[in-house]
Design a protein around this ligand. Sequence first.
Ligand code: GLN
Ligand code: ZN
Length: 757
Amino acid sequence: MQSSIIGYPRVGSQRELKFATEKYFRNEMGSSELYSIASGIRKSQWAIEKESGLDYIPSNDFSFYDTTLDTAVLLNIIPERYSELGLSELDTYFAMARGYQGEKGDVKALAMKKWFNTNYHYMVPEADDNTSVKLVGTKPFDEYLEAKAEGVETKPVIVGAFTLLKLTKFTGEKNAVDFADSVAEAYSEILRKFSSLGAKWVQFDEPYLVHDLSEDDIELFKALYSKILSAKGSVKVLLETYFGDIRDCYNDVAKLDFDGIGLDFVEGRETLALVNKNGFPDDKLLFAGLVNGKNIWRNNYSRTLAVLDTLSDAGIDTVISTSCSLLHVPYTLDNETKLSEDFKNHFAFAEEKLSELSEIKALFPETDRSISEAYKKNEALFEKREGATDESVRKRVSEIKEADFERLPAFSEREKIQKKEFNLPKFPTTTIGSFPQTQDVKANRTAFRKGTITEEEYKEFNRKKIAECIKLQENIGLDVLVHGEYERNDMVEYFGEQLKGFLFTEKAWVQSYGTRCVKPPIIWGDVSRIKPITVEWSTYAQSLTDKPLKGMLTGPVTILNWSFPREDISTKESTYQIALAIRDEVLDLEASGIRVIQIDEAALREKLPLRKSDWYSEYLDWAIPAFRLVHSGVKPETQIHTHMCYSEFTDIIKAIDDMDADVITFEASRSDLQILDSLKESGFKTEVGPGVYDIHSPRVPSVEEIKTSLHKMLGKVQPDKLWVNPDCGLKTRGTVETEASLRNLVQAARELRNENI
Ligand code: GLN
Ligand code: ZN
């Protein structure tokens, strides 16, 4: 048996690429140095993969920002507004990724969206009627040759034609079908090129296939690949699918001339049944995604081997693989010096997954596996986990009643009460919570963590920052203030650290988008709150101002979604445990005089199952109640805000309204304002703050630009329900651009108030 992975992380095990790229952005590093650091990362990873005994080693899984963007650029899907800036190739690429504001022009970034059901974001390719799709780039070929020169034969990985077309935004009259021919031709050209370079395999990633597909989708897929595959020459083509099963097109896919098909046996609930029922073509290799590419728990060898045995009994030629790219897990446990071995034994990050693959590969042909040390060690892990169960938590969850999900009185009543209570101006202004995490803020946290300053010194510094932040917001003229979140490294990690049941890592970074990485906590056991978490900071901030101060919490669904979840109890059970813990915090904030409380559910949308038929039964039926459970205990006067990153909730708008918050802020500036139509159509009751500018980019929006957005919003949202705010937290931004942007935002709101709307 052979082994394969779909892709590897790329920011570097010490985030070398992130730091280098950010230096490049700040003009502190030239492009040649950046290229050479990137090359070093690629080479060292290939060496590790080869060393582990991996048979199919990926290339072109590297990216300076995002592989979907790489593919768009490779195929000349570059909107004119970027190409006409006249920047270098690399800078044009970064302009598409992050926007550009400088002497050559002023353009926003491409839209960014969550990559399927993950916390990774891809850049949305954009094509208009003049876009001429053709192979113009050389990245996959360069990287293939670079590996070859190192003595490593790789399997280049490219986002497939179908997924690329489905993810592309078409801004003109033409649609995916109109581009099918030129796209198929460009991919054919890729295969011809690889064939001439002597590549053995090419992997096309088609995760889009795990959605509910229409007949047209399947037709498009078939049309694309009957063309593309006829250009294979001597190259073998692996079709990779992940994040679910391909039940809608399994038989169609099996009939096409692929040489390998990758199926996800972890998230694909029906994968095994599909193979059992329909068989698997004997002219192809099955790349069986059995090692979870998304979570960090050790693989259960006995279960994995049982599946491999079934496949082998059915006479299927199988390659053991990860279920998706390892992009979604951290590099290596070797970086974790503080976590005890008792914990570490239960985990496998990317590098450890490589050894799992090789162990499984070695165990597979064994006649008596149970005498193998590796097997025995693995089996023992699944017998019991120390400290995972807390009976009092289990009991509390089992005692939740229907009434605990219901906040009283109803929204419309509360809205009236709160309008009186707060007496805010029309179009109230606020921010999403965090203020810039400048060097001094990070240094303060690091010093405290390392023990070089005392707790009191640490807190004193934060109090000073909070005081400055309050003063700044008052000076700018914002209406509902925040404390700035200086004590937080990350909105989930921070809460996890204060809750019982979580484990933390030092270096377990996972790429979220571009150079941004997150360090998800691990939910080890039953979760509960030990003591108040945010009360001290929020009450201090409130004591400095007469304006309402918004307490800032992360919601249970987001905490769950941005952690590595347990695999031994249901996500619903885990989320209810977290909801009860956050509920305690909400009630403590209220009791301490905090009148506005924001419960961020930044990640609620992203774990929506990819198949519509699963939306409610598998997810929303417990995710929305979990949120309601958090805030149902507060007084009518207490205003509950929530925030969601991104605005693709058109389809679940009813569920979002059912969260029963008083105000929701969300992203609306990067994608178009389409969401507003849906708000209007659905009679959305919750007050809304559709972000008026994009905080993912360093550019400063003008007053006019913000007013234009607000006017558009007012076409769809009742004036007394509209809030004015940026589209997300400001922690990644610089202080100068933040202040300038917020001043423009407040000015825009003021001018609007004078318009007598
Ligand atoms: N309150 C958080 C912040 O402002 C929200 C972050 C987020 O939505 N990702 O940073
Ligand atoms: Zn956000």
